[in-house]
Design a protein around this ligand. Structure first.
Ligand SMILES: O=P(O)(O)OC[C@H]1O[C@](O)(CO)[C@@H](O)[C@@H]1O
Length: 342
């Protein structure tokens, strides 16, 4: 039973600044992508580990849905060991690591470059081993605000790829939405506080929580489960795809089983709504994180679905803070990560 608590940490002080800094690299991103396309782009790889891999789910979905070139998405070590046959000249590899020191991710950048691929690092600082291993580094220069600027860096590279390869789209509307993000995502966090508090309070002592999400929002659910519930709260959790849920996982749901479902506003929303209808009926402990809660001022209605995966991911960071506060378990506490060799 939870008895200890910690003061709730506020929304990160440098939130708007870090997102704005990521946005300021738009021109560089476009120029880098234009060069890659002019040199004969064949395919794109999205590579990273943990939170840095989950951050690329939205652009994986975006590119797979709209791009005319193949896109691959994988864990850094698998990338190094799998040695994809299509990797080489004409490949653009977006490698992400917050610290820029995760060994398998740094190795992935070196490996990709050795095949003739172009490599961009998405990372905190431009002097890290990852940044040094890449052709170019896109950074956000913050230790505290990570998810939102990383989402912006990935997003603006992905939209530049779509535009420069001739895919039709309302890029002006998307850019308008991105420019609004420092304020819009800050407001979204404020709007989500009551929900985050109620979920953390309700589930603080639950032995296991399942988290469901789908489409571009899959990374938000998976990242929340693995990086926050399990890694940073030492709580048992399982993350499942909201559509796959009906093909096995739903059999463990009883009226006392907690489930958190993320719902976005992209094309896959009907899948999440089907899952919600099931949960409404079979558990009393369902919690819904629906991006419709967020007003996202300045984001044109038509492109909300492109933005809501980032908003849900950012909500996860606040939900983690509420767990930390309600449970008195510091998010920085680790048994193994960065403590032992692995
Ligand atoms: O390569 P990165 O992004 O620095 O990741 C280091 C660690 O940070 C996390 O993303 C979150 O703590 C882990 O999943 C990962 O092992």
């Amino acid at each position: 039973m939870t008895t200890a608590t910690l003061p709730l940490k506020p929304i990160t002080e440098d939130f708007k600044e870090a997102v704005a800094f990521a946005l300021s690299q738009h021109g560089t991103a476009r120029a880098f992508v234009a060069e890659a396309v002019a040199a004969g782009l064949r395919n794109v790889f999205l590579v990273g580990c943990g939170g840095s891999l989950t951050a690329s789910y939205p652009v994986h979905f975006l590119l797979e849905t709209r791009a005319g070139f193949p896109v691959f998405h994988m864990n850094s070590d698998e990338f190094n060991l799998r040695k994809p046959a299509l990797l080489g000249e004409g490949s653009l590899v977006l490698v992400s690591s917050h610290t820029g020191t995760t060994k398998e991710t740094v190795a992935a950048a070196h490996y990709a470059r050795s095949t003739g691929a172009r490599v961009a690092a998405l990372t905190r600082d431009d002097d890290s081993p990852l940044a040094q291993a890449a052709d170019i580094a896109f950074t956000y220069r913050s230790e505290d605000t990570v998810v939102a600027p990383k989402g912006v860096l990935f997003g603006q590279l992905a939209y530049a790829l779509l535009e420069s390869t001739g895919v039709k789209g309302d890029y002006a509307a998307v850019r308008k939405a991105y420019e609004a993000l420092p304020d819009a995502l800050y407001t979204a966090q404020e709007e989500g506080e009551a929900l985050a508090h109620s979920i953390a309070t309700a589930l603080a002592d639950e032995p296991v929580t399942y988290v469901l999400s789908a489409g571009p929002n899959y990374g938000a659910g998976y990242g929340f489960t693995m990086c926050y519930l399990m890694e940073m709260q030492w709580k048992h959790g399982g993350s499942y795809h909201a559509g796959e849920f009906f093909h096995g996982a739903f059999e463990v749901v009883t009226e006392d089983q907690p489930v958190i479902l993320f719902l976005g506003e992209d094309a896959t929303r009907p899948m999440a709504e089907r899952t919600k209808a099931f949960l409404d009926k079979y558990t009393r402990k369902a919690h819904y994180v629906d991006s419709r809660l967020f007003s996202l001022p300045g984001v044109p209605e038509a492109v909300r679905g492109d933005i809501t995966p980032i908003a849900l991911d950012v909500f996860g960071t606040r939900l983690a803070r509420h767990y930390e506060s309600v449970r008195g378990h510091d998010l920085d506490k680790r048994r193994y990560m960065f403590q032992v060799e692995y």
